[in-house]
Write a protein that binds this ligand. Structure first.
Ligand code: 5GP
Length: 120
């Protein structure tokens, strides 16, 4: 599977599609999810063209990796959610339920988030 440069997050990265952006640096962009699943639901995406967590983990450079996870930490600091707690999640591929084929981390916060995975 090759990277689709017209996926919605690629278009948000190019500022072709509006998003409620809360953070941007050389390595990452963070914005509010359009369909929030918690009082606070933010997505953090790398600037490079990576399809998934696995693709990013396999192919991103050390600098990109360090830059991306540093950005995630900066977003957590900016949101001031460290003390109350939060959840970071990524969906990868079909069984992971990934809908958008550009690697993204979800950050959920704002209330107790319950069990990690609902029973089927
Ligand atoms: P996934 O299932 O791929 O892990 O999550 C994709 C997320 O992207 C979903 O939570 C969905 O609500 C969000 N999303 C999809 N399209 C858009 C959009 O155009 N703008 C924003 N801000 N979020 C989107």
């Amino acid at each position: 599977m090759s990277y689709d440069s017209n996926n919605i997050f690629a278009r948000i990265l190019r500022h072709e599609v509006p998003a409620k952006i809360i953070y941007e640096d050389d390595y990452a962009l963070a914005f509010h999810d359009i369909n929030p699943q918690a009082p606070l639901h933010v997505l953090v995406i790398p600037k490079g063209n990576y399809i998934s967590f696995y693709d990013f983990s396999q192919n991103a450079s050390f600098e990109e990796t360090k830059g991306f996870y540093g950005a995630v930490k900066n977003v957590i600091d900016q949101l001031e959610i460290h003390d109350d707690g939060f959840r970071v999640l990524t969906n990868n591929g079909v069984n992971g339920g990934q809908e958008v084929p550009h690697f993204h981390l979800h950050i959920f916060a704002g209330r107790p988030l319950g069990r990690m995975i609902q029973s089927p």
